[in-house]
Design a protein around this ligand. Structure first.
Ligand SMILES: Nc1ncnc2c1ncn2[C@@H]1O[C@H](COP(=O)(O)OP(=O)(O)OP(=O)(O)O)[C@@H](O)[C@H]1O
Ligand SMILES: [Mg+2]
Length: 344
């Protein structure tokens, strides 16, 4: 692809063009000590009477993997576009590594790899040409470009499609190519708007593995989704947004504790099941004991209570335990409780 062609992209989407670099050879911004990777204060975006984003306060440290969860129209994409410097807020502030997003456009864009929720149309552009275009836009020298493109193709497992036309790729491959593209300038922060939407289960797993790899590389990642369980596994922080307001934010474990879900334990005893059930029903820490075949299902009153007391209690009564397993708390249940105003 020629330099001339590189300055006339055929992308038809309105967003996500990288800034054309003004400082040749400039690399990503190094994080000044302790400045949060992302910081917003009272960040607000209004469209006429509609408040798409309402006073968002968010702080992400370097290395955080933040899952941004919310239903359609919640304000996720709005937030991400503001952080990527593509949309101005109505009020409030947004910083990347301590620098105001709107006063340091070039610098900030070099620190961020933003992947929008739409891919765009790229007629007659090969995978390698597509990536080389973005590498050129970030002022990566012609000599380096080949290596960078090879590296990101390898990371995203797209080497075998290097000569394919971008428009001929499957959706899953296009999503991976979208990720490859935001990696060409090796930004420390990735802002990924629903990278797994519309993918089949296998492609979702591939994207998830790739994100885990990026996490291991030390990237700070902000990733949006409608689906909590999709992100729960590898995000260390989660924020739930609805109608422009951040309802909750915190570590997954904290949120589970805040939702005060009852925890459920499955128990199998070697013998004396009904005697065990009777004993457990008398314990004030247990809300309910159900007998289901050869299993007892115990609902503990306090989700933070460890189930070891059940073992102590039964062992003291010489009842042998075959197995005891805490039930996985479903993240969807946490989500529902936190967003239905049960928890304040
Ligand atoms: N350019 C615009 N003009 C007017 N309203 C807009 C504009 N862009 C977004 N909105 C509105 O702002 C609100 C937030 O939209 P946003 O795209 O941020 O939601 P989202 O959480 O990304 O939703 P989705 O899950 O559907 O992608 C919505 O009500 C949307 O209709
Ligand atoms: Mg969106």
């Amino acid at each position: 692809m020629t330099e001339q062609a590189a300055t006339s992209p055929v992308e038809t989407t309105a967003v996500a063009e990288p800034a054309v670099a003004k400082t040749p050879g400039a690399q990503s911004v190094a994080a000044p000590a302790k400045a949060p990777a992302i910081l917003t204060r009272q960040l607000t975006k209004r469209y006429g009477a509609l408040t798409a984003l309402d006073s968002l306060d968010l702080q992400l440290e370097s290395g955080d993997v933040f899952g941004f969860i919310g239903p359609n129209g919640a304000g996720k994409s709005t937030t991400m576009k503001i952080l990527a410097g593509l949309l101005s807020p109505t009020s409030g502030m947004a910083e990347i590594f301590g620098k105001n997003v709107f006063e340091n456009g070039d610098l900030v864009r070099r620190s961020i790899g933003y992947m929008p929720d739409t891919f765009g149309v790229y007629e007659d552009l090969k995978v390698t040409e597509y990536l080389e275009f973005f590498a050129a836009a970030y002022d990566i020298s012609r000599k380096e470009r080949k290596k960078v493109v090879n590296d990101v193709l390898e990371l995203t497992d797209l080497q075998y499609k290097r000569d394919a036309l971008v428009d001929s790729l499957s959706r899953g491959m296009q999503q991976r190519l979208g990720l490859a593209r935001v990696l060409v300038h090796d930004p420390p922060i990735l802002i990924l708007d629903e990278p797994a939407s519309g993918l089949d289960p296998r492609a979702r797993i591939e994207i998830r593995e790739l994100l885990k790899e990026l996490q291991r590389m030390g990237k700070t990642i902000m990733i949006s989704s409608h689906i909590l369980s999709e992100l729960g596994e590898f995000c260390n922080k989660i924020g739930i947004i609805e109608r422009g307001r951040l309802l909750v934010v915190g570590a997954i474990d904290e949120l589970v504790a805040r939702a005060r879900l009852q925890s459920v334990v499955h128990l199998q005893v070697v013998s004396d099941q009904s005697r065990a059930a009777g004993l457990l029903r008398e314990d004030p820490r247990i809300a309910k004991v159900e007998e289901a075949g050869n299993q007892l299902i115990l609902s503990l009153k306090d989700a933070n209570q460890h189930h070891s007391f059940v073992i102590d209690l039964l062992v003291a009564q010489r009842i042998s335990i075959h197995s005891i397993t805490p039930e996985q708390i479903r993240l969807e249940d946490v989500f529902l409780r936190l967003t239905k105003g049960i928890v304040h």
